[in-house]
Design a protein around this ligand. Structure first.
Ligand code: ATP
Ligand code: MG
Length: 276
């Protein structure tokens, strides 16, 4: 799916009247099948951007087009159909506690199947092999029939990502998928996500606090700061100076291990890359 944002501003309905808009003057074009990481300090507007792209939050000004369609101009039924082509994976996946992992994963297909099939799938998972294959990508095959509330936080987060893989969506919007994962699992998870999106030609927009992971795994990086576009660059052009400027006054968010030698050349060892 293609994305075109022109001069978009967005404001949360619950935001204080005097608060600055969460997104301001944002223009962006993304081709079908592109993979983009969105980085920036806390409060920069990364999640808000995903909500705008997921048609969950309408722009307060400017325009959004998804493959040539302005979602907010569509009749309700067509808007629903368009939403079925998108998948938003929130930072904390909404997994009902007593549900089995297999059922939770297959819930990712619900927007794409009929009502009867969706009700039935809650009781008789019909696509177990599909769920199993998605879980295997995140090293979780052995948890297929476990209860969700008996998983660790990191396992739950990976179930949320497996759910994104079974969704037959052409735009995957993934919000901070690594917050509960150790660096090795985090790298595996991002690699699985980007590989799966590439296989099906889906567009992938992923917010990441881990700048190192973003530079390592995504060809294009968008830096957001105070609701505005700070930069939109190929990963190789994201210099330490740009990162310093992006995180200026938020350098406390840049904590963690020094970058490894495998990092792209653009990343200097003087910039500590692992946010939060
Ligand atoms: N539900 C909400 N109601 C009101 N204001 C909100 C809401 N969610 C976010 N905001 C405001 O919008 C701005 C952008 O928030 P957003 O969640 O998009 O930032 P973020 O870059 O995702 O931050 P983080 O890295 O902490 O997840 C912030 O100033 C925040 O206070
Ligand atoms: Mg966020």
């Amino acid at each position: 799916m293609q994305i075109r944002l022109e001069n978009v501003a967005a404001r949360h309905p619950a935001a204080r009247r005097d608060a600055a808009a969460a997104l301001r003057g944002l223009s962006l074009q993304v081709a079908a099948g592109e993979q983009i990481a969105v980085i920036g300090p806390s409060g920069a507007g990364k999640t808000t951007l995903l909500h705008v792209l997921a048609c969950a939050l309408p722009p307060s000004s400017g325009s959004l087009q998804l493959s040539g369609r302005d979602p907010w101009q569509l009749p309700r039924r067509q808007l629903q159909r368009l939403r079925g082509e998108l998948f938003l994976a929130p930072q904390v996946p909404p997994l009902p506690p007593r549900q089995r992992v297999v059922t939770s994963v297959l819930a990712g297909r619900l927007p794409h199947i009929g009502l009867w099939q969706s009700v039935r799938s809650l009781f008789y998972p019909t696509a177990i092999a599909q769920a199993d294959a998605a879980l295997a990508r995140f090293d979780l095959s052995d948890k297929l029939f476990d209860r969700v509330d008996r998983l660790s936080g990191g396992e739950r987060q990976r179930v949320g990502l497996a759910r994104a893989l079974v969704a037959d969506a052409s735009l995957l919007l993934v919000d901070e998928p690594l917050s509960a994962l150790d660096p090795t699992r985090g790298q595996q998870a991002v690699a699985s996500l980007t590989e799966a999106a590439r296989e099906r030609g889906a567009t992938l927009v992923c917010t990441l606090h881990h700048v190192e992971m973003a530079l390592r795994n995504f060809p294009r990086i968008i830096g957001l700061r105070d609701g505005e576009l700070a930069f939109d660059l190929p990963a190789a052009d994201v210099t330490p100076e740009r990162l310093q400027a992006l995180y200026a006054q938020h350098l406390h968010e840049l904590t963690g291990p020094a970058p490894s030698e495998e990092l792209p050349a653009a990343v200097s060892p003087h910039v500590v890359m692992h946010c939060r």
